[in-house]
Design a protein around this ligand. Sequence first.
Ligand code: NAP
Length: 262
Amino acid sequence: MEYALITGASSGIGFELANIMAENGHHLILVARREAALQDLKNHLEKSYQATVEIVAMDLSKPGQAKALHEHCVNHRMRVNCLINNAGYGDYGKFDLSKLEIYQNMLQLNIVALTELTALFLDEMKKRKSGRILNVGSLAAFQPGPNLAVYAATKAYTMQFTEALNYELRGTGVTVTLLSPGITETGFFARSHMGVAAIVKNGLMDARTVAMAGYQAMMVGKLNVIPGWKNKILAFGSKTMPSREGLLRIAAAIFKDTSATH
Ligand SMILES: NC(=O)c1ccc[n+]([C@@H]2O[C@H](COP(=O)([O-])OP(=O)(O)OC[C@H]3O[C@@H](n4cnc5c(N)ncnc54)[C@H](OP(=O)(O)O)[C@@H]3O)[C@@H](O)[C@H]2O)c1
């Protein structure tokens, strides 16, 4: 049987992607750390749709887990024809030695696991000349992120990696798509302690709209999708800004800590 594998399916954008894909007839492998949340989602999706849903509770920020996940799929004869690298997190505040472990885990999850899963599942997709990959980046990738320095850099990696890979894969039957959401209402802000950032006061998109944009773009093999017209304008502004220093100053204002001004 063919499956879509979604990392970070226990909440937020990944949770909505799981719902959308089950509604559209896909069988699913859902991955995240919170097993109870995955089990609840599996029960709901199997009851509501004609979907077979497998869950794998694992911490993808631990080295070796991407390989273990791939082996699990191979051993259980679950063929992955669609891979969604969505799991990721940020950490808001100035770059600081005391957060080194948080950065190490973030790099491992946002960059290493995403790259390893892509390599492992892409190899089989290329042999079958068919497959879809969706990597979840961020609008934070379009400029450096003061107060989000490591996170923004991980998403810049995701952007460059995905765009280059899309080019390499042309004509192979396999496509890779980059979804670049702006601020979206999910568990992201609690985990990244980002509630005090100026940008969060600017109105959030809902996770289902963002997930739907990603799903539709992935299914037609589009290279890039930025959900929401405000986000499209922000991305265009970042790309066309003539001065790097000017871009940095605007980014610093966007990611400013508003609690410090009270
Ligand atoms: N929300 C935004 O404003 C926004 C904007 C741009 C980009 N994004 C990106 O969108 C993606 C999804 O985030 P979200 O906004 O939906 O946030 P979210 O609600 O916090 O979801 C993150 C998901 O990733 C999973 N996850 C976190 N750490 C993990 C780990 N070590 N191993 C396995 N799974 C892990 C979480 O599940 P468990 O906690 O159960 O492990 C959860 O299912 C991320 O890549 C994020 O960078 C979000």
